[in-house]
Design a protein around this ligand. Structure first.
Ligand code: ADP
Length: 269
């Protein structure tokens, strides 16, 4: 299950525990190595963006955190606890369903296709999870959902169904819906890719606001380098399932050190 020469702690402790840690994580599909002994930390309150060529493993990172993919080697820690492993007799073993459920509740996701419930209003979309999964009363869930819709600038449309909203508005509701579950980490997968250029700004502004005012921990995959530059604390350039180079946006985008980063950036700009 895990590489025996590496010591994987049962949990991460101390003042500087990252919110997300990939420790020596590998993922293969047959002979194809998609993540290659990946080490990646995201600190609490940090906004990290992953960029890189198609097929470099970016989306797989998010899918691993969402526990949609089995880990072949290594351990992922969320908030100091192993995501898909648990402690048994002083060792890490594969986690049971209860542990996985607990860990999944720490993670919020937003995708390119927002997948709002079409038969529910914006407000009901944001209340559904808290009421059904978290067991919060309807009154409390409604109050919290309205606060979140306010935060993403959608309070006035709270009684509208998704079909009556623009793509940018639906994406903002989807962000509010994810936040309603009080995640510790938010994942964004190409959230602006399906949007018309003129509405991308609304979504960027909302995410920026989350970064600036709510210091959420966020991990994002995007092809939009300008968007990444604007909102990231750090950008990781992926190549072949590993981090080829990483740093603050200005360093990585304006003065890339590695040849592959330079080639990638000159092709996309
Ligand atoms: P990126 O997001 O950087 O474009 P992905 O993480 O989506 O890359 O995929 C990395 C590689 O893994 C790609 O070559 C892709 O074809 C392959 N891959 C992804 N999912 C599967 C799967 N379920 N079965 C086989 N190959 C897959």
């Amino acid at each position: 299950m895990t590489d025996k020469t590496i010591h994987y702690p049962l949990k991460l402790e101390g003042p500087d525990v990252p919110m997300v840690r990939f420790m020596n994580v590998s993922k293969r599909y047959g002979d194809l190595v998609v993540l290659d002994r990946l080490d990646l930390d995201v600190a609490a309150g940090e906004m990290v963006t992953i960029i890189g060529p198609s097929g470099s493993g970016k989306t797989t990172v998010l899918r691993m955190i969402m526990t949609l993919e089995k880990i072949d080697e290594g351990v992922i820690y969320i908030d100091g606890e192993p995501l898909t492993h648990m402690e048994k007799n002083g060792k890490l073993v594969r986690a049971n369903q209860a542990h996985m459920r607990k860990m999944r509740s720490k993670i919020g996701m937003c995708f390119q296709h927002f997948n709002l419930f079409p038969h529910m209003t914006a407000l009901e979309n944001c209340m559904e999870g808290p009421v059904q999964v978290l067991g919060i009363s309807k009154d409390e869930a409604r109050e919290r959902a309205m606060e979140l819709l306010e935060m993403v600038g959608m309070a006035e449309k709270s009684d509208q169904h998704p079909s009556r909203l623009s793509g940018g508005q639906q994406q903002r509701v989807a962000i509010a819906r994810a936040l309603a579950m009080r995640p510790k980490v938010m994942l964004f997968d190409e959230v602006t890719s399906a949007l018309d250029p003129e509405v991308i700004n609304e979504v960027t502004t909302v995410i920026r606001n989350l970064v600036d005012q709510h210091s959420l921990t966020m991990l994002m995959v995007t092809h939009q380098i300008g968007f990444a530059r604007e909102i990231s604390d750090r950008i990781c350039f992926f190549f072949g399932g590993r981090i080829e180079e990483q740093g603050p946006p200005t360093d990585l985008l304006d003065e890339p050190q590695e040849d592959r980063t330079q080639q990638f950036l000159s092709a996309v700009f």
